[in-house]
Structure formats: structure tokens, C-alpha cells
Ligand binder design. Sequence first.
Ligand code: CO8
Length: 260
Amino acid sequence: MVYENLNISHDNDIAVVTISREKALNALNTQTMLELKHFFGEAAHETEGLKGVVITGAGEKAFVAGADITEFSNLSAPEGMQFAKRGQEVFFLVERFPKPVVAAVNGFALGGGCELAMACHLRIAGEKARFGQPEVNLGLIPGYGGTQRLVQYIGKTKAMELLMTADMIGAEEAQRLGLVNYVVPAGEEVSKAKELIEKIATKAPFAIAKIIETVNSYYEEGLDGFWKELDAFGECCGTEDFVEGAAAFVEKRKANFKGK
Ligand code: CO8
């Protein structure tokens, strides 16, 4: 697939996905969602040796200012539900991606943009980042998982306030509330995200994939996370990397993980 709105670059086996619709503050239109679906559903899985993915927005002003409002002003109730469902499915691909996905939030992360950042495993905020779920201003609610993930990250009390007031919060407040992992000077978001991915890449890849799967299962209805953990723990025990990790510890050397 040829991407119109995603700019993908690779640096030392880290993919940097830049959402590039700067004139519309990188708003997620249907084409961009299709491209994200293709990248996280197919392309990234086929990239050999991939350590992880950074998602950021083009320009200095916005990460992603939301879903593209011009595309959904006339939706009927069933159409709206389908529209939101397709978006949720794309963000599940991001959340369930087996390698670390880090949002490098360089500006506005509003509505679907905040939801995209929340679907990532980790979030780095530049000091100019602004987060918010302003959907009630449009007569809507979040449709790409925002009502669920915001509560998971910052708790019901503050999530209720942000969702009902549509207030935006800055990077420091987002970190204080537990929404972002680190705040960095503007322009350093992507390099900090890469630094985190490099650190994770020194660990056993299969174990990292299982961390993502088991932590996600905490929030999935019908799944018993403790059982999931037992299964995943057992699977890790059967890997060559576990043998290597344990041997490296005993031999007081660095482990050489192969992802097997
Ligand atoms: N969609 C489409 N275009 C956008 C969007 C957007 N979300 N955000 C900004 N733009 C466009 C503007 O229309 C403007 O275009 P133009 O230059 O052609 O007029 C350009 O980007 C620059 O924006 P502004 O002139 O408004 O820039 P300001 O610096 O004055 O303001 C803001 C920046 C505060 C970010 C402002 O643009 C804004 O409030 N944007 C909308 C934010 C928003 O409401 N986001 C939530 C959208 S709803 C959503 O994401 C729901 C997700 C689930 C959807 C389910 C579907 C059914």
C-alpha cells in the first residue's frame, strides 16, 4: 500500500510513523485510518528485526487534533456506530501490537488524537503537548476508546471531569495524572521515545510481547488476567531466551536474546 498520509522512516530498526496532514493538524481522516490499519495490521509485522514503533505528528503544532470532523458531520446513528467501530479496531491493532509502540506527543492530542496516544503502550509528551477529549463540544462522546482508556490511565474522578468539561491539560498535568510517562523539551519527543524502545530491545522480545498481551488482558472483559499470566509465564519458560537469560545471569554476562 502506498501511504498518502503516513510518513514512515526507519532508524536502527525503529519505525517512526509520522501522521502527515499538517494543514488539518494531522486529523485522522478515513484514508489515514486505513493506512494505520495497514501498517499495524500487516506492514510492521513483516518488518524484520523491528524493535518498536514511534508515532508522532508532522509539524510543531499537533500530534493529532482528532478525527477529521469534516468527514462525520452527517452520520446517522448506525453509520456513526460503524465509523467508530472501524476506528476502535484500528486502535486495538496498535494496542495489541507485539512490540513497543510509543506516542511522541509533540502538540495537540485531542479527541481521536488523545485516543491514539492512549492506545500506544507508552507516551512521551513534549512540553507543548496538550491533551483533551473535546467531543462534547461537538455533541458527541469519544468513539475510539477514549471513555475507557482515559479512566484506565487517570481514574474515574479526573476522567469524568475532562470528558464532561472538554478541558485540555498540558504535559506536566498529564504526567502528574499518570497519562504520560515522560515530559521532555519540545523537539525531543521522538528521540526520547527511541531511547525507551532501545532499552526495551535489550530484553527478551518474546517476554516483551507477553507483557503487552497480559497487561492488556487486565482490561479485557471475559479474560482472567491471572490465568493469562500463568499461560504466558509457562510459554516464556519454554523459550531459548529464558535458557539464555538465566545462563547469562549465572555467568555474570549480558544476555544475547534471539527472540526464540
Ligand atoms: N478535523 C478536521 N480539521 C481540523 C481538525 C479536526 N479534528 N482540527 C483542526 N482542523 C483544521 C482546522 O479546520 C483548520 O483548517 P483551515 O486552516 O482549513 O481552516 C486547521 O486545522 C488549523 O486549525 P485551527 O485554525 O482551528 O487552529 P487553532 O490553533 O486556532 O486551534 C485547535 C487548534 C484548538 C486544535 C482547533 O483546531 C480545534 O479545536 N480542533 C478540533 C479539535 C477537536 O474537536 N477534536 C476532536 C474531534 S472529534 C473526535 O476526535 C472523535 C473521535 C471518535 C470519532 C468517532 C466518529 C463517529
